[in-house]
Design a protein around this ligand. Sequence first.
Ligand code: TMP
Length: 256
Amino acid sequence: MNRRRRIYEGKAKILYEGPEPGTLVQHFKDDATAFNAKKHEVIDGKGVLNNRISEYIFQNLNDIGVPTHFLRRLNMREQLIREVEIIPLEIVVRNVAAGSLSTRLGIEEGTQLPRSIIEFYYKNDALGDPMVSEEHVTAFGWAAPQEIDDIMSLAIRVNDFLSGLFLGAGIRLVDFKMECGRLWENEMVRIVVADEISPDSCRLWDMKTNEKMDKDRFRRDLGGLVEAYSEVAKRLGILSESDNPVAKSGPTLVKG
Ligand code: TMP
């Protein structure tokens, strides 16, 4: 029986009231959705892997001084986070052309971009998360100009950190999506990285084979999603080599 108060349920996660004021519990579900939830499947083990991969990334970001909402992992599917006011934007950083950028501008997937590009999408399922400009963001009051500056600096730091992290694991960071929130601390507000960063929200290609190791395996019906996410976790040193990623009990995780 789950007696905790549910604050919010999204497509892949649930937020529960946390043990102390100002905290929440972020629960990772096994649900996979794409194309604004028109496509939906439950993929055994995905939530466990994303919880662990996102924990690893957010803990490292905290350790290098990039502020995030993450406090600690609680169990296989849950982490303790600080309660923030989510800014209604999906911030996408791209290093290599793929997905909607390739479609929109006719650039072949895999083309290295002249520099990293940051895009904003308005988080609104009914509208299908449309791309917006800074003008829209400030005019409609979704974020103030200073907050946009802070978000862009965070996005660049996260991109640099993630690119290096994945490079060391033989993986190319093609693009990723992040979200930010406002954290109140003694009358002060600051922007922190929130939500999750996992193979659900990144494009990750094997450096040698260009094999996709992210949610495009589900979006494009390629199969082998849990195997690919397990491989990402293994290469980051989160899963041990001998663990069977698709064992009945779900992935065995190295204690951390
Ligand atoms: P896109 O090429 O479809 O615009 O996606 C860019 C990046 O953002 C890619 O890494 C996948 C991620 N993403 C999400 O995390 N959630 C979404 O709803 C969408 C559309 C993309």
